[in-house]
Design a protein around this ligand. Structure first.
Ligand code: GLU
Length: 309
């Protein structure tokens, strides 16, 4: 097996030479001005190490990757009751599609499309105030990453709020069907803020360890969630983590992964590694173009796959 450090160095070199880097998200100025040239990767392994290359210590907007953490928090609070409000099937549709929602009477297909994540955020609000719900998400991420510096980019949150008309439409639709229980402004406020959390690849790889290591943080052997729960979140990442490109990601990379429009991807090689990659240019489905390619290269070189040794 080649050394991880050497493989990452090679990947950084290959990605630097790519001329087609995809297109940076342009719906808010804070994302539109991120230089497309960035590329970072970090891999947290079972022995407590984090091997990094490229811009692994530059913060970026984690956007939809936050949906993995909100799902974990809400499952901890209400368990399987969540599945009365959100499905577990791949959507085959764009991340912000409203079409399916009408057919399925306001029940979103899965927790990772926008409608599903908004329903998860509503469930997470429970009896708490928006600020408390947001606090619990942020505390969870800081805890699993082992890093108290992780915070919300307020400018991104404000811009999301100013431009989030489609998300508001999805939320109002679900509220009309009784799927959302809280005022739409409260739910969206929390949703936009958790999407605006900024992290580096190093922090994100650390934060994903509980998914890679059966619900535990390997070095300290702290339990975060049960083994079953970690497996199930991984299953959803594999089947739904890349919107209407989830099948293609599974085919090419072979690992559970969750992307965000900031260009980040969190991927998990169960029992072996938690991986974070960041390249802000997106493909047509809104997933990081080079992030996906880099994960494909890494998984092949290290022979990491959930589909067989
Ligand atoms: N904040 C983005 C939205 O709701 C997240 C989408 C994404 O990362 O895929 O539109």
């Amino acid at each position: 097996m080649p050394s991880l450090k050497a493989v990452l160095a090679e990947i950084v070199q290959e990605m630097a030479a790519q001329t087609d880097r995809g297109t940076v998200a342009s719906y808010i100025p804070e994302l539109a001005r991120v230089p497309v040239q960035h590329f970072g990767i970090a891999v947290a392994t079972a022995d407590g190490q984090v091997v990094c290359a490229g811009d692994a210590d530059t913060s970026f907007s984690i956007q939809s990757i936050s949906k993995v953490f909100t799902l974990t928090v809400v499952l901890g609070q209400i368990g399987d009751a969540l599945w009365q409000r959100v499905g577990r099937e791949p959507s085959g549709n764009a991340f912000n599609s409203i079409v399916q929602l009408e057919h399925e009477r306001g029940i979103p297909r899965n927790p990772f499309i926008n409608a599903g994540a908004i329903a998860v955020t509503d469930a997470l609000l429970g009896e708490s105030l928006p600020r408390e719900a947001l606090g619990s998400i942020l505390s969870f991420i800081r805890f699993v990453a082992g890093d108290e510096r992780i915070s919300i980019d307020k400018d991104v949150a404000r811009s999301e709020q100013e431009t989030g008309f489609l998300n508001a439409a999805l939320a109002n639709f679900m509220r009309a069907f009784g799927v959302l229980k809280h005022p739409v402004e409260h739910v969206l406020g929390v949703y936009f803020h958790h999407c605006a959390i900024a992290m580096t690849c190093r922090q994100l790889a650390m934060a994903g360890r509980y998914l890679a290591f059966s619900g535990r943080l390997p070095a300290s052997d702290t339990s975060v969630v049960s083994t079953d729960r970690a497996r199930r979140v991984n299953a959803l990442m594999l089947t739904c983590g890349h919107y209407d490109q989830s099948g293609d990601f599974a085919f090419r990379v072979g690992l559970p992964g969750k992307s965000g429009v900031g260009g980040g991807i969190l991927a998990v090689a169960p029992g072996t590694a938690s991986i974070a990659v960041w390249s802000p240019g997106l493909n047509q489905q809104g997933n990081s173009l080079l992030g996906t390619l880099a994960l494909e290269r890494l998984a092949k070189a290290m022979q990491w796959s959930v589909f067989g040794a």
